[in-house]
Design a protein around this ligand. Structure first.
Ligand SMILES: Cc1ncc(COP(=O)(O)O)c(C=O)c1O
Length: 375
């Protein structure tokens, strides 16, 4: 059977990995500054993660949400403590798109309305409503285009207010730092205006933290850089360090009732264990402050490279903007210097998303390779 050919592939076949080092099927080593689309948060095959998952697998991998799962309760408590978001409830699912799908559905249930405001250059996933609020007509099928979505620019307060005043909007969804789009972010003053307008018009504010959450920006959630409080927060990627898991934090003002959301696999025993291991390592190794501290070092090093026009992003969710398209540079970095990096919808931006446990000397290795590749 052939694989459905939807992914352009680099000619590298990883077979094992540890920390930020990946080994391929020929025994060649690579440094991973991309984490498989920002997924690797505590490092590949971290020993604590492997130990906890192995021991849970030996006990029990799965049972559905028809019985109590104490691991979910333990996870909710740990998440509350580490995210500093005490007034939220937890619903677990399996991916970023699914998290946003549930967030949008819940906003629609809560308000009884259906139009959504999203932002230009956004990416929220590839399923029904998640792809409809994604600014990319190429990945929206006619089925998805049936959702009612209005796209605005960040900072356009006038249009935002005019749209919310129409009274038919259930949610505004945004990434605090755009990932796939290329690391643009709204200002604090726009974020505050947005949060106030949503409150005024009884519209649900959804913070898509699928990529920027779980410490990646140097705070637990990236919206926390702006001092606002969303109604729903979606999460995935770094949450499971490679185990497929997603979730939403739902403000206590939104009430649950049986059946409005549900999933077979979401919040299973292995998934909860993976997230608990991630949180344990983040706490014990102080990975969030590491991410915040290394941003400054990264910016200093990037400033020494004349071809870098701008450094974008926060923490270890970073982008280097050039005045040329970066696809050939990425190829050179991977094939000649054995460095994994990321691209963006903005073809001039090279994305850097290492494990939050990356060391200063490893970032230095990246810059040595980058300088050589650019010379
Ligand atoms: C901000 C954001 N939201 C949602 C998604 C979709 O996540 P998934 O691929 O797990 O469905 C992504 C994936 O890149 C993302 O960056």
């Amino acid at each position: 059977m052939k694989l459905f050919d939807v992914y352009p592939l680099y000619k590298v076949t990883p077979v094992s990995a540890s920390g930020i080092t990946i080994t391929d099927d020929k025994g060649e080593q690579y440094l991973d500054f991309y984490g498989g689309h920002a997924v690797i948060s505590i490092g590949h095959s971290h020993p604590t993660y492997v130990k906890r998952l192995t021991s849970q697998l030996e006990k029990m991998a799965f049972y559905s949400n028809s019985v109590a799962n104490p691991l979910q309760t333990e996870l909710a408590a740990k998440l509350t403590a580490m995210s500093h978001c005490p007034q939220y409830q937890l619903f677990l699912c399996n991916s970023g798109a699914e998290a946003n799908e549930n967030a949008l559905k819940l906003a629609s249930f809560h308000t009884g309305k259906s139009r959504v405001i999203a932002f230009n250059n956004s990416f929220h996933g590839r399923t029904s409503a998640a792809v409809a609020v994604t600014d990319n007509p190429k990945i929206n099928a006619p089925l998805n285009k049936q959702h009612q979505v209005t796209f605005l620019d960040f900072e356009d307060e006038e249009s935002l207010e005019a749209e919310l005043e129409k009274g038919d909007v259930c949610a505004v969804i945004l990434e605090a730092i755009q990932g796939v789009g290329g690391l643009d972010e709204p200002t604090t003053s726009f974020y505050k205006f947005l949060a106030d307008s949503c409150k005024k018009h009884n519209v649900i504010l959804i913070a898509d933290e699928v990529q920027s959450g779980f410490g990646r920006s140097g705070k637990f959630f990236a919206f926390q850089h702006h001092g606002i409080e969303p109604d729903i927060i979606s999460m995935a990627k770094g949450m499971g360090n490679g185990f497929p898991v997603g979730g939403i934090l739902i403000h206590e003002k939104i009430k649950a009732s049986f059946g409005i959301l549900g999933t077979t696999f979401g919040g299973n025993h292995l998934a909860c264990t993976a997230v608990l291991a991630v949180l344990e390592v983040m706490e014990s190794e102080k990975l969030i402050s590491n991410a915040a501290a290394l941003e400054a070092f990264f910016r200093e090093e990037a400033a020494k490279i004349s071809q870098v026009k701008k450094v974008k992003g926060r923490g270890l969710m970073l982008g280097l903007e050039f005045d040329f398209e970066v696809a050939p540079l990425r190829e050179k970095l991977i094939y000649e210097y054995h460095i994994f990096t990321g691209g963006a919808k903005d073809k001039f931006v090279l994305r850097i998303l290492p494990s939050l446990g990356v060391k200063r000397h490893e970032l230095q290795q990246f810059f040595v390779a980058l300088k050589a590749a650019l010379s």
